[in-house]
Design a protein around this ligand. Structure first.
Ligand SMILES: NC(=O)c1ccc[n+]([C@@H]2O[C@H](COP(=O)([O-])OP(=O)(O)OC[C@H]3O[C@@H](n4cnc5c(N)ncnc54)[C@H](OP(=O)(O)O)[C@@H]3O)[C@@H](O)[C@H]2O)c1
Length: 268
C-alpha cells in the first residue's frame, strides 16, 4: 500500500516530520524505529504512530522509507535494511549526503530504487516549517504527489534541484538556531532595560514573526523595511548603527557560509 510510511530515526528532525505526517496520514500507517526506545515511545504517545521493534520491521510494509539518522551513520543504517527495501521509495533527510552516495549503497545490495532527498527545518513540527524536496528521475509523479501531500501539515514544500540543497540548508534549516539566539539576545536587552523576562521573550518572538511576515507579504527588500522603522534622529537608527559597528550582518552571512562549508563535508 502506498500510504504506509516508515521512519528510521525519530530524533529532533525525524520526530518533527513524524509529527507533521501523522496529522495527514492515519498514524497507525506510520511506523517508526529509533534505537532509543524511549524517544520512539514518547512520539507514539504524542502522535499515535506505530513503534516497530527493528528498522527492518518498520520498513517492511512501508512504501516510503525515511532515513532520519545522522549523516555519519546513514549508510550503515541503510545497509541494515536493504534486504526488505525492494519496490520502495527511499527518502533521506541527511544534511550533505548526496543521492548518488545512497544509490551506491543500494547498488551494493543489487537494488536500484527511487530516491528523494528532503531538507526540512524543525518548525515543521508545528506546521510552520520549510521542506525542500528533490526527487530523482525514477520517482513517479504519483509518489511525489503523495509525498508532498503527507508533508503538507509541516509547512511549505518546494521542489528543488539537488545541486541547490547544500547551499540552501544553512539559510533555512540551520538558521532557526541563529534566530533563537537573536530572540534570546533581544530579550536579554529588554531585561537589561527593565522588561520582565517572560514578556521580553514573547515581545521579541512576536517581532521576529511579524518582521518575517512583512518580508514575505510585502515583497519589499529587507533594507527598505528597515528604513521604514528608522525615524530620522530616532532611537531605532542608533540601534542599527550599534549593530553595524559590531558587524552584525557580516557575522550572520559568515555563519551561513561556514555552515554551508560544514554541510558539504558531512557526506564525505
Ligand atoms: N536537526 C535539524 O534541524 C536538522 C535539519 C535538517 C536535516 N537534519 C538531518 O536530520 C538527520 C537527523 O538529525 P537529528 O537532528 O534528528 O538527529 P538526532 O536528534 O540525533 O536523531 C537521530 C536519531 O536516530 C537514532 N539512530 C541512530 N542510528 C540509528 C539506527 N541505525 N536505527 C535507528 N535509529 C538510529 C539516534 O539514536 P542515538 O541518539 O542513540 O544515536 C537518534 O535518536 C541528520 O541526518 C541531519 O543532517 C537535521
Amino acid at each position: 500500500m502506498k500510504n504506509i510510511f516508515a521512519f528510521i530515526g525519530a530524533g529532533n528532525m525525524g520526530g518533527a516530520i513524524i509529527e507533521a505526517v501523522c496529522r495527514k496520514v492515519a498514524p497507525e500507517n506510520v511506523f517508526i524505529y529509533d534505537r532509543d526506545e524511549k524517544k520512539a515511545a514518547e512520539l507514539s504517545e504524542k502522535t499515535g504512530c506505530s513503534v516497530a521493534k527493528s528498522a527492518e520491521e518498520a520498513a517492511i510494509s512501508a512504501h516510503f522509507v525515511f532515513l532520519c539518522v545522522k549523516p555519519n551513520v546513514l549508510h550503515d543504517a541503510l545497509r541494515a535494511i536493504c534486504p526488505v527495501l525492494g519496490g520502495k521509495v527511499i527518502i533521506s533527510i541527511a544534511a550533505g549526503v548526496a543521492k548518488s552516495s545512497i544509490k551506491a549503497v543500494l547498488a551494493e545490495a543489487g537494488l536500484d530504487l527511487p530516491i528523494v532527498r528532503l531538507m526540512p527545518n524543525t518548525p515543521v513540527a508545528i506546521g510552520k516549517g520549510m521542506i525542500l524536496v528533490s526527487p530523482d528521475k525514477d520517482v513517479s509523479d504519483e509518489d511525489v504527489a503523495l509525498l508532498l501531500e503527507a508533508l503538507e501539515p509541516g509547512g511549505l514544500t518546494s521542489i528543488i534541484d539537488e545541486s541547490y540543497i547544500d547551499a540552501a540548508t544553512p539559510v533555512f534549516s540551520c538558521s532557526p538556531a541563529y534566530v533563537y539566539m537573536f530572540i534570546e539576545a533581544l530579550a536579554d536587552g529588554g531585561v537589561m532595560a527593565g522588561v520582565p523576562r517572560d514578556k521580553a521573550q514573547s515581545y521579541a518572538a512576536q517581532a521576529v514573526l511579524g518582521a518575517a511576515a512583512m518580508v514575505l507579504e510585502t515583497g519589499k527588500h529587507p533594507g527598505e523595511l528597515k528604513d521604514e522603522v528608522c525615524s530620522p534622529g530616532g532611537a531605532t537608527i542608533v540601534g542599527v548603527e550599534e549593530l553595524e559597528k559590531r558587524a552584525f550582518r557580516a557575522a550572520v552571512a559568515s555563519a551561513v557560509y561556514e555552515a554551508y562549508r560544514k554541510t558539504t563535508s558531512l557526506g564525505k
